[in-house]
Design a protein around this ligand. Sequence first.
Ligand code: UTP
Length: 293
Amino acid sequence: MKIRKAVFPVAGLGTRVLPATKAMPKEMLTIVDKPLIQYVVDEAREAGIEHFVFVTGRNKGVIEDHFDRMFELDATLEARGKKAEQDILARDQPDAGAMSFTRQQAPLGLGHAVWCARDVVGDEPFAVLLPDELVLNTPGCLAQMIEAAAKLPDKSNLIAVQEVPADQTHQYGICGIGKRLAQRGVFEVASMVEKPPKGTAPSNLSITGRYILQPEIFRILQTQERGAGGEIQLTDAMIGLSKSQTFYGVEFEGERHDCGSKAGFLRANIAYGMARADLRDGLREEMRKYLEQ
Ligand code: UTP
């Protein structure tokens, strides 16, 4: 199963981090020195993705600009001999023609956003990466999933899963664990449920923001009713697809950060800052000062 395309839904409103997202897309919030969207595009590139599909909406034009060449900036850096900065800009850009931008005119939910990518994806399996969830690890989360997918039958669907504390399962999409495979950390998904009421979750493995899906999901999304929160939920469509195709859970290696919440965003900045050799010592010193206050 070859996964060539990845979908990045970036049309949401980001209400949990207002007012930061009033005029700026949540996906452009910065972790250390890169916007969130750059991290997930880099993760997809590392996993071998060849085409990057962005589902955008109003106020999201700056995401498209971020992946464009800035001639004036380039020329100024060139004139000032700032080669290292020029290299960073060149490094972060996918190849010309390797990106598509499609539009979700109203934020009707993640499932609807994925459905908006149907024509660009076409009839082949594809990855979905949610830019507000980062996984700090090498290899990245999607690379681990693609490695797992290579050993599974065609027409398999994969979801990245990670343990959450048992008393928090009601805040997440949770999956039930079926047969475990010989591949470490891979199992057949027995059930999926979005935000189960307290005490009813089939496990404490939450569905995280990385998926490998078969194109048949689009047919289901086409008629998917609104679910939790009045939104068209991807999890509901996956439950529909699981009646005819197998879903596998992949317990990936790495630390997951929910950058769509204020606390998660701050934590991610500390974690990614501490992972940087050029920043670690100074950051540790600064944090020590605050902890002593
Ligand atoms: P979230 O639910 O985390 O994002 O969706 P949100 O709706 O923007 O955030 P809050 O809850 O209001 O704070 C995960 C990803 O799916 C995209 C978002 O942009 C985000 O990257 N999304 C969500 C869409 O593209 N369209 C939607 O209708 C909903």
